[in-house]
Design a binder for this molecule. Structure first.
Ligand SMILES: [Ca+2]
Length: 139
């Protein structure tokens, strides 16, 4: 094989391998974090999103969480939403402040962009959402 043919063969091989490598690493990349409500002083609520970066959950499982930070008579409402069915999941912390994080496992395909919203919620009888905030993550 001449040098030119060898170089062409290498270039062709790279063209095939590189997109596969890129797709594999992009699939594994997700983001986790939190967002707090916009009320003044100590934020009354915190919403959490954990993508399945450590494989602790089965494939395509993410976890959302709600934490009530303040004994103000309001619970915390958290919703994660994305562009494909089933579109959204909600978790609420209504068991009083300082009782940890209420979590929910959600099936979202890896690599899916999601929006996490957190609001304070008055009560079951009056479920008005207040002081909402949102942040984007990747499942
Ligand atoms: Ca509260």
């Amino acid at each position: 094989m001449s040098m030119n043919k060898w170089k062409l063969a290498l270039a062709a091989a790279s063209a095939i391998i590189l997109p596969l490598t890129f797709a594999a690493s992009a699939e594994a990349r997700g983001t986790s974090g939190s967002v707090t409500t916009t009320d003044s002083g100590i934020a009354g609520g915190t919403g959490f999103f954990w993508y399945d970066g450590n494989g602790a959950q089965p494939a395509n499982k993410s976890v959302i969480g709600a934490r009530d930070n303040q004994a103000d008579g309001k619970g915390v409402w958290v919703r994660v939403s994305w562009a494909r069915s089933p579109y959204a999941a909600i978790v609420m912390d209504t068991n009083g402040a300082s009782n940890g994080v209420v979590t929910k496992v959600v099936t979202i395909p890896d690599g899916t962009p999601v929006t996490l919203e957190v609001c304070l919620r008055d009560s079951d009888a009056s479920p008005t959402l207040r002081y909402c905030n949102s942040r984007d993550f990747v499942a």
